[in-house]
Design a protein around this ligand. Structure first.
Ligand code: CA
Length: 225
C-alpha cells in the first residue's frame, strides 16, 4: 500500500512518514498543494492524507481538483479546524474521513485501515453491496433484507445504494441531493428526510437490526451496530 501525505508542517510530516512506514506503508510526501497535486496525479497511491491549511491552496480546493481530474483514491483529511461545519464541508468536498489535530496515531492508523478496506471492497465486488443481512445487487437493481426482496422505487434504491456505498460514513443531506437527485435542490427542502423515512419503513423492518441511523444536525449513516 502506497500513501501520499500532503502536509506543510515539517514536524507532523516527518512524524507521519516515519509512523506510516513503521506500520508497513510506502510513503510519499509533499509540502504544498502544487507538488501534492502533481504527485497525486501519478495515480499510484492507495490513499491520500491531506492537511487543509496548506501554504499555496486550501486543502479542500486541492481535493476538489484531484477529484475533478479523476482521482478516486480515498482521502483522509487532517486539520486543525474542529467545528462541525468545517468537518461537514471537508466530507462534502470529497474527503472520505476527517481527523482533527492533535490526533492520536492509533486513531489515524485505524481510520486509514478502514478507508483502504472500504475502497478495496468496492473494487473487488462492484456488482454487489452488503451491509449485514442487507444485500444489494447493482446489476439487477434489487435489494434484499434477510433474503426477502424489498419493494423500492428507483429513487429509494438509488438512495439506499448511495448510503451503502458509504457504509459507516456520515453523508449529509447536501451530499445525498448531489449524488442521488443529481440536481440543485434548495437544501432546505425535506425531500431527503421524506425518502429516508419511507426507506426506513422498508429496510429496517420489525425484527431486524436498524441499519439507517440519523446523525442529528449532520445527516445519515448506514451501519450495523
Ligand atoms: Ca498546515
Amino acid at each position: 500500500m502506497r500513501l501520499l501525505v500532503i502536509e506543510d508542517d515539517s514536524a507532523i510530516q516527518g512524524f507521519l512518514e516515519r509512523a506510516l512506514m513503521e506500520a508497513g506503508y510506502q510513503v510519499d510526501t509533499a509540502s504544498n498543494a502544487k507538488t501534492g497535486e502533481l504527485r497525486a496525479m501519478e495515480g499510484v497511491h492507495d490513499a491520500f492524507i491531506i492537511d487543509l491549511g496548506l501554504p499555496d491552496m486550501d486543502g479542500l480546493d486541492l481535493i476538489a481538483r484531484c477529484r475533478a481530474q479523476g482521482s478516486t483514491a480515498p482521502v483522509l483529511i487532517l486539520s486543525a479546524r474542529r467545528s462541525v461545519d468545517e468537518r461537514v464541508r471537508g466530507l462534502e468536498h470529497g474527503g472520505d474521513d476527517y481527523l482533527t489535530k492533535p490526533f492520536a496515531l492509533a486513531e489515524l492508523l485505524a481510520r486509514l485501515r478502514n478507508l483502504l478496506r472500504r475502497s478495496a471492497a468496492l473494487q473487488s465486488d462492484s456488482a454487489h453491496l452488503q451491509v449485514s443481512d442487507l444485500r444489494i445487487d447493482l446489476l439487477r437493481r434489487e435489494a434484499r433484507r434477510g433474503g426477502q426482496i424489498l419493494q423500492l422505487t428507483p429513487q429509494e434504491f438509488s438512495l439506499l445504494e448511495y448510503l451503502c456505498r458509504n457504509e459507516g460514513r456520515v453523508v449529509t443531506r447536501t451530499m445525498i441531493l448531489d449524488h442521488v437527485w443529481r440536481m440543485r435542490i434548495d437544501p432546505a427542502t425535506n425531500v431527503v428526510d421524506v425518502h429516508i423515512y419511507r426507506l426506513r419503513g422498508k429496510v429496517d423492518l420489525n425484527g431486524f437490526t436498524p441499519l439507517i441511523h440519523t446523525i442529528r444536525g449532520v445527516g445519515y449513516v448506514v451501519k450495523y451496530v
